[in-house]
Design a protein around this ligand. Sequence first.
Ligand SMILES: CC(C)[C@H](C(=O)O)[C@@H](O)C(=O)O
Ligand code: SF4
Length: 469
Amino acid sequence: MAAPRTLFDKIWDAHVVDRQEDGTCLLYIDRHLVHEVTSPQAFEGLRLAGRKVRRPDATLAVPDHNVPTSNRAQGIADEESRIQVDTLTKNCADFDVPFIPMNDVRQGIVHIIGPEQGLTQPGMTIVCGDSHTSTHGAFGALAFGIGTSEVEHVLATQTLYQRPAKNMRVSVDGPLPVGITSKDLILAIIGRLGTAGGTGHVIEYAGEAIRSLSMEGRMTVCNMSIEAGARAGLIAPDDTTFEYLKGRVFSPKGAAWEQAVELWRSLPSDEGAHYDKEVHLSASEIEPLVTWGTSPEDVLPITGSIPGPEAGRDANKAKAIERSLEYMGLKAGQKLTDVAIDKVFIGSCTNGRIEDLREVAQVVEGRRVAESVYAMIVPGSGLVKEQAEAEGLDRIFTEAGFDWREPGCSMCLAMNADKLEPGERCASTSNRNFEGRQGPGGRTHLMSPAMAAAAAIYGHLADVRELAC
Ligand SMILES: CC(C)[C@H](C(=O)O)[C@@H](O)C(=O)O
Ligand code: SF4
């Protein structure tokens, strides 16, 4: 009998083209997603070398980081952003790469549209010049971010050199308590592992709480694997996965579908497979979480208070806490629910899907955004926007005082017109709270869509369980 293998081992083994003596492998890449930020030099490299794109049919490009989220008919006002998007448009035309333009209904954040179009499938290797490519691991695909020189390598050869990662399994045991979301779950995992806990590993998420998540919830979890330092996140494909994929534009059809599902069913890790690291969490202990500092590991239950430097496990962490408190304008001992906010951002590749928007609508229906708050909702794609409007969610949002925008990365990072002003504090459903992430001097608190909605209503960080309808 062959040795039992993990899901990661199986995908890896199936894609090795060549193995070098030091263990480095040349991997075949099934899908390559491209956006405007990390691709210009890669295309330029091809041009200079007189090379073509090896498999345009396995490649898809879309602008997302630099697109405006309002007044699109007028084009892109900011010159730098316009050049970025125009360059991608021209490169895709020159190299015959399938391209979704800004004003196409399928446009959106690259990690939202891959799954939406059925391009993301179990067992595949998927890369993109973007760290949150880990999102696609929710389908049991080995998906990871790459740098611009690697983007060029994949465009030219459809392969990539990689060193094998270690296997880690994070099991979340027991059912998720009512009102606890996939975002709380991944924030709890990052709080436990720390931002370096996953270094060198691919994390496979397992356990009852993970199995019970929808595909969208699983994407939220895998999306933030990179925030725990991991190379990628994975969830074993199952009936939930197959149901999501059935009938999508790029999903296999007819007999090919049956064959694909049969293959996909063989992917989950074998009984007794070896993991280099195992971590267990109990779902029943997870509460609605928010970050208070400038690292995604700085998580606390909303019922908690801001820590002081003495909470640091060593002198370095104590210093980091001190610096975070200063940057965030917070005082040790302050109750989280006493922290007033200026803005709310609901969107991003972590939480810009239809289920996230339904979660928000449930909380805000019939309520009003606090006078002191500006709140925006940015759907992750044009199709998410269309679906939300078909369900009447946009009316619930605008009647509550939210701004309803066009799809894109928006205020997840300050690469477009949506930014925080220095000193402004934001309740955000995105994935990074680094200094300046949402604009120079801006202060970010990460949380679930439901919690961001509650913060918008109260005007301060708040426990969504108090608003439970
Ligand atoms: C711009 C891009 C390279 C970057 C990433 O790699 O993740 C961005 O998407 C982010 O979220 O910080
Ligand atoms: S939404 Fe945010 S995290 Fe996702 S790709 Fe865009 S900038 Fe990166």
